[in-house]
Structures are given as C-alpha cells and as structure tokens.
Design a protein around this ligand. Structure first.
Ligand SMILES: [Zn+2]
Length: 424
C-alpha cells in the first residue's frame, strides 16, 4: 500500500482536503482524508508530491480520434459550414496509415494531459484496436450515418460492424447516430434499439450549427446541397418543422442514456426538454469557438437543470485534446459559478454519462486509482490556478499502471483491413 500526499486533495464529490492523503493498493483507492489522520500508524511507503493538488483522472465524453491527423491542418473558422467543408476535404485526402498514426498521437495526448476515460466516436472502426491497447479507458461509439435509409430492421444489416459477435460482447461499445440532418428516422430507431438491448449509452450531435436548425425547420439549402453531393438526398424529404431537440424527442432518442453533444442552438423549451428527459448535454466550448458554431447557452442550461459534462471534440476542430482547456475556458467565461463546477463536469459527470462512475470520476475508496497531480503556484483564484496549470500540460499521473487494460475482447484487433463506414 502506498500513501500519496499533497498540499490539496480534490475528491470532487466533497470539498478540497487541505494537506490530504490518498491510500492506494492493487490499483484501487483504499482511503482518503487529511494526511495526519490517514498516516497515523501507516506502515507503508509515503510519497509527498508537495505544493499542488491530487485529483481524479478526467473524463472526455466526446472526441473523434480518426480526425487526429488533421491537427494543425484545418484552421479556425468564423462560419461553421466553412469549417465542415474544410474538415471533410482534409479527411478525404488522408491515407489509412496517416489516420492510424494520428489516432495513436491523439490517444497519447489525451492520456498525457490527464484523461482517464475517453468517449470516442468512430466512423471507421480504426480507433478501436488502438484504444484496446491504450492505458486509458474508453467507450467507443460507432457512428452511423444514413439520411436516405428509409427502412431498416437490425442495425447490422446496414453496418456489418454490429453483426460482429465481439462487438455485441464488448460492454463499452455503442451505436451512435451522427446528427438529425444526416440520420433518417428509421436509422435513429435502429440505433436506439441496438443500444437499448444492452442498456448502453448512446450519443448524437445536437444543435451544433444554425444551419441544422434551419434545415429541420424549413429544409435549408446548405445541408440539402451537402447531402446531394454525397448521394444521400431524399427527393421527397419534408422537414419536420421542429427544433432539432424536439425532433429527437419525437423519435424517442432522448433520455438518461443519451449524450447529446454541443447544444449551441437550444431555446427555452429545448432546454426544458433535455432537463425533463435527463438527457446529458456534452459541452465542447473550445471546439465551438474553433469551428465558428457559436456558444452553448451555459448559464441557461445550468438554470434549467440540464445534466452537463465535457468533451474536446476532434483535433480537426480544436487546438488540442487537453480537457483542462475546456475547464479553463468555462472558468474564465463564467467566473460567477463555483470554481469546482467545471472539474465536476470534467470528471464525475462524464463518468456518470458514460455509465462508469463505479470506477472513475471521483477519488473514492473502491474506485480505480486513476490519480494525477498538478503543481500549483498559489494564485489567488485556486481554480484558475488549477485549470491553467492543467491546460499548460502540468498534469502528471501518479498511479503506477493503466486501468484501460483488459478492455479489449478476447479476439484479434479489428479491423484486419480498413472497412470504411459505407454510409459516410
Ligand atoms: Zn463531434
């Protein structure tokens, strides 16, 4: 048993502990509290990390590792539609090896900056083998697109990935629906039913751009042209004349196992709908700034009681995969909220959203010893100090081994050859 001691210990589900200690054995947290109590009569090794904070590893609920090779190649945009076109063109020019090495770099960056659990949205299945070998834990959302899928029985009919027995047997794999403008009602239903069979979480991009709201309201041109170019247009499509959130509600796609991502353009009834249905909203504030999408109404979402967690989104649409950057952004832009709120969103709430709070999200006895340390310089605002240090890459792990091990099924890594998503 080892005792880790530092000036502060941040359990997340309780107030910071001054001069705290965490006892770790067999990769699990055994006890937590003030160092003088925890260390009284303690016979094991004591590691004093000094002036800084011990905290749990972060939970990033939304990324696309397969876009990591586009890091630095797509510039920030003021118009989201321009960003989307640039990202799609950039991705189409990538070779499989570039994509795969990008995935490995993305995982390494997320791990090194403090991510313990990653919610990954995959279009090609290419990130799964790398995640099975990663030290961080993951949940893989295999993303389905198909605006023109007018009828569908089982999801595996259109997406062979879901017909693989090792996929069915892996608890941390789900089906994802890309977005209300790229997924038909039949496909939404098939995704929902596949996930519901295994009580799995599901995810969907929601109200990221104004163009999405306009498309569902009145069939706006941008998405009609995009879907036509990609051969997915349905000539007799009639817009539902609903907001994206109301539309997802009418399809039965909202609820406590749904992670809706972005939520930039949500009106008052939309926010109430998400709160009442206990749908998670994953805030990606720096990605929204990068892509020109706008910003989610954070204060109004909090006021409405919408369950919130955090994501970075991809390296095609953010500067890095360091989730402390999101916390810093939120602390700086919403200084009136308690400073620890953003850490809770980036740890405990994320773990709850992904159904992994038994292992991650807080420093609690019994959970995985996913402990890190951030040195602090003693700035007057403790939380700004923490988030800035984390965003500057000062985080380091103090546990001894990864806990993502054992997350792969007992089969060779997939896919043996690239199997591009047929609907993309
Ligand atoms: Zn995304």
């Amino acid at each position: 048993m080892i005792a880790h001691v530092s000036r502060w210990v941040l359990p997340v589900d309780g107030p910071p502990i001054d001069d705290g200690a965490a006892l770790v054995e067999h990769g699990r947290i055994q006890a937590l509290g003030p160092a003088d109590k925890i260390l009284a009569g303690f016979p094991g090794a004591v590691v004093d990390h000094g002036q800084g904070a011990i905290l749990p590893g972060l939970v990033n609920c939304h990324t696309h590792l397969e876009f990591s090779a586009l890091a630095g190649q797509v510039s920030p945009q003021s118009r989201w539609e321009d960003w989307l076109e640039a990202a799609l063109a950039g991705f189409a020019a990538l070779g499989v090896e570039e994509i795969e090495s990008g995935i490995r770099r993305g995982i390494a960056q997320a791990w090194e900056t403090g991510t313990a659990l990653l919610g990954e949205v995959s279009n090609h299945g290419l990130s799964w083998p790398a995640l099975q070998q990663a030290r961080l834990a993951y949940h893989l959302f295999y993303e389905c697109l198909g605006f023109n899928v007018l009828s569908l029985g089982d999801l595996g009919e259109a997406f062979p990935f879901f017909a693989l027995p090792e996929v069915e047997d892996t608890a941390w794999i789900s089906a994802a629906a890309h977005a209300p403008y790229s997924v038909s009602p039949a496909l939404f239903r098939a995704v929902r039913e596949w996930n519901a069979r295994g009580q799995r979480p599901q995810t969907v991009h929601l109200s990221e751009s104004w163009a999405e709201a306009a498309f569902l309201a009145e069939g706006d041109r941008f998405f009609r042209d995009l879907l036509r170019r990609r051969g997915r247009w349905v000539p007799d499509f009639r817009p539902p004349s609903q907001t994206p959130a109301a539309y997802l509600g009418s399809l039965g796609f909202l609820g406590p196992r749904t992670l809706a991502v972005h939520g930039v353009w949500l009106n008052t009834p939309d926010r109430r709908l998400l709160a009442d249905s206990r749908t998670w909203l994953i805030l990606c504030p720096r990605a929204n700034a990068f892509t020109g999408a706008g910003q989610a109404p954070v204060s109004e979402l909090i006021e409405a009681g919408v369950p919130l967690a955090l994501g970075t989104d991809s390296l095609a649409g953010n500067w890095d995969l360091n989730l402390f950057g999101e916390m810093r952004w939120l602390r700086e832009n919403f200084p009136d909220y308690p400073g620890d709120l953003w850490l809770r969103l980036g740890t405990l709430n994320g773990a709850r959203a992904l159904g992994r709070e038994a292992d991650f999200g807080t420093l609690s006895p019994g959970k995985q010893a996913a402990l890190g340390f951030i040195p602090l310089g003693g700035k007057p605002d403790f939380w700004i100090d923490l988030y800035q240090s984390g965003a500057a890459g000062e985080f380091r792990w103090i546990c001894e081994s990864g806990w993502g091990e054992g997350q792969g099924p007992e089969v060779p890594a997939l896919p043996p050859s690239p199997t591009p998503n047929p609907q993309k």
